[in-house]
Ligand binder design. Structure first.
Ligand code: PEP
Ligand code: MG
Length: 556
């Protein structure tokens, strides 16, 4: 028996076979070929297919996001068709006898070096495009499809790291547990695992995770341990643990149907975070009072084409109908950073967390944004829907988004389509700028929801994706974040709007009392945390001023 340890991300015990997912990297080896004619044909054939694929991507993108954004595929096509590029590849095949994929890789390497040394950021971006194009070309030469995780049976999924788009491509009903070598507990794959009730462990540290493929294992998501080929002792201990946890879950069921009310009578809203229709079941099962965060970008992730207006509408409508009149806050598409949506053709960035992401991307692609806004507005007549704008840093962004919402309404009106004219519009407070401007922003929107994941990352200058920094997240006091949150609560209430939390910290029961005392009105957590949070709220007495956390008093 071998035991591997990592950081638990979501509790639960899972037994099964380990399935190792190899990341999608083009492996190109130098092979010298004799038949250069044949190799040239392979190259030409791959080039034609890559061009056809790019033309298709362009047409789809044109439809969905308009000429400006779609033009990236034309640029890619021009790069492949470029004479100098073509000559360089063919010379390497004919003169050096390199195999076609190696010839492309070498050409890419040389051109990228030249581009990168030229200084201008525009040219540097073209270097990223060139890499993208060459990867596509090499994939065609090697006859590979874009990598998808195809699961034939239920497995424990292992990988060095998983990107949200990869996670979204697979059939999650076949994933018993997730074990990764890297990753961080605030990454979106970790959040997704929690939301979907999938036991998960990150930072397992086993260099050769891949060698363990197909072995039988048990994942103990409570303690962050993976038992490979477990012995009798381990099996017995883990069954006991499983039983004890099942009892706890059973006990929590007592809290279903009860209010989230403090000992002295203050009612708090406890909502659930979801990423799509699949996890809605967990939200309902756990008696969530509403949906505090629907991460709508997950509808776009892991697919080659963007969902159209009708598909988005269908998803939103389902959520609203199934929540039966309870509040549903849908966040507009928050792509970028680790949520890389392939069909957007985003350029590589030096600092994607500070880059073209989230509301910035939506405002750069107004047609795409309006498609989502129309879908949301159409759905708004099926329940209590509120729209939430992510990553707001300036009033200007709120104004521009509101203008686009008005345009989307106008388009629906012109067609005689119904929508809720008074739909609530709120923002996520997840940047230091939003905290500092919250007095102004509160006068412009209907509600705030604090995204502690990003807010903490930006306040602390701590990359939420970086496993090496995980200990900072674990061992520190959250005081800088809490101070920012107090400012946000005060400003929200000064303007008479409610304020919630939708980041992962909302589920930290050691902070619940602190949150309630600063004035948080609603907390939205992963579905499995709804009942523990309800239980916790029911033990808190807000009037007991002695328990009030006062930083000044601590200092004195
Ligand atoms: C957050 O930043 O706290 C948040 C809820 O959004 P996400 O985790 O999707 O970035
Ligand atoms: Mg965020």
């Amino acid at each position: 028996m071998l035991i591997l340890s990592g950081k638990p991300v979501f509790g639960g015990i899972a037994r099964g076979k380990l399935f190792y997912f190899q990341q999608d990297e083009n492996e190109v080896t130098k092979r010298l070929i004799k038949d250069t004619e044949l190799e040239l044909k392979r190259y030409e054939y791959a080039k034609d297919s890559a061009i056809a694929e790019l033309e298709e991507l362009y047409t789809t993108a044109l439809d969905k996001v308009g000429e400006n954004e779609a033009s990236i595929f034309i640029i890619h096509k021009m790069l492949i068709e470029d004479n100098a590029f073509h000559t360089s590849v063919t010379e390497r095949i004919v003169d050096d006898h390199f195999c076609a994929d190696y010839a492309v890789a070498q050409t890419a390497r040389d051109l990228t070096r030249t581009f990168s040394s030229l200084g201008s950021s525009y040219i540097k971006e073209r270097a990223a495009d060139l890499k993208d194009v060459c990867d596509r070309l090499i994939r065609h030469i090697q006859n590979k499809n874009e990598k998808r995780i195809e699961l034939q049976e239920k497995v424990i999924l292992c990988a060095d790291e998983l990107m949200p788009s990869e996670t979204m491509q697979m059939d999650l009903s076949k994933v018993l547990a997730i074990v990764t070598r890297y990753g961080s507990s605030n990454s979106h794959t970790a959040i997704l695992a929690r939301t979907m009730n999938i036991p998960a462990i990150i930072g397992i540290g086993a260099e050769k995770l891949s060698m363990l493929r197909d072995m039988e294992a048990i994942v103990d998501g409570y303690n962050g341990e993976v038992y490979i080929e477990p012995d009798e002792n381990a099996l017995r201990r883990l069954s006991q643990l499983e039983e004890a946890e099942a009892k706890k879950r059973e006990m929590l069921k007592r809290f279903k149907g009860r209010k989230n009310i403090t000992l002295d009578g203050t009612e708090i809203q406890v909502f659930a975070n979801i990423a799509g229709l699949n996890d809605l079941n967990y939200a309902i099962e756990n008696d969530a009072g509403g949906i505090g965060l629907f991460r709508s970008e997950f509808l776009y992730l892991g697919r080659n084409q963007m969902p159209d207006e009708d598909e988005q509408f269908y998803n939103y409508r389902q959520v609203l109908e199934r929540m039966g009149g309870k509040k549903v806050i849908i966040r507009t598409m928050d792509a970028g950073a680790d949520k890389n949506i392939k069909s957007f053709g985003l350029a590589k960035e030096e600092n994607p967390a500070l880059g073209v992401r989230s509301i910035r991307l939506c405002l750069l692609r107004p047609e795409m944004f309006k498609t989502q806004l129309r879908a949301l507005l159409r759905a708004s007549v099926y329940g209590d829907l509120a729209i939430m704008l992510p990553l707001i840093t300036a009033s200007e962004e709120i104004h521009r988004a509101k203008r686009l919402i008005e345009e989307a309404k106008e388009q629906l009106r012109a067609k005689g389509v119904q929508y809720n004219e008074n739909i609530e519009i709120g923002i996520m407070v997840e940047t230091p700028a939003a905290v500092l401007m919250s007095d102004d922003f509160a006068g412009e929107v209907d509600f705030f929801s604090i995204g502690t994941n990003d807010l903490e990352q930006y306040i602390m200058a701590l990359d939420r994706q970086n496993l090496t920094l995980e200990s900072y997240f674990e061992n520190r006091s959250h005081e800088p974040l809490l101070r920012a949150m107090r400012i946000v609560c005060d400003n929200a209430h000064k303007h008479g709007i409610p304020v919630g939390i939708c980041g992962e910290l909302g589920a930290d029961l050691t902070l619940t009392e602190e949150f309630l005392k600063m004035g948080i009105d609603e907390i939205s957590v992963t579905p499995s945390q709804v009942l523990p949070l309800r239980q916790r709220i029911r033990t808190i007495r807000l009037e007991d001023r002695k328990q009030l956390f006062d930083p000044a008093a601590v200092k004195a």
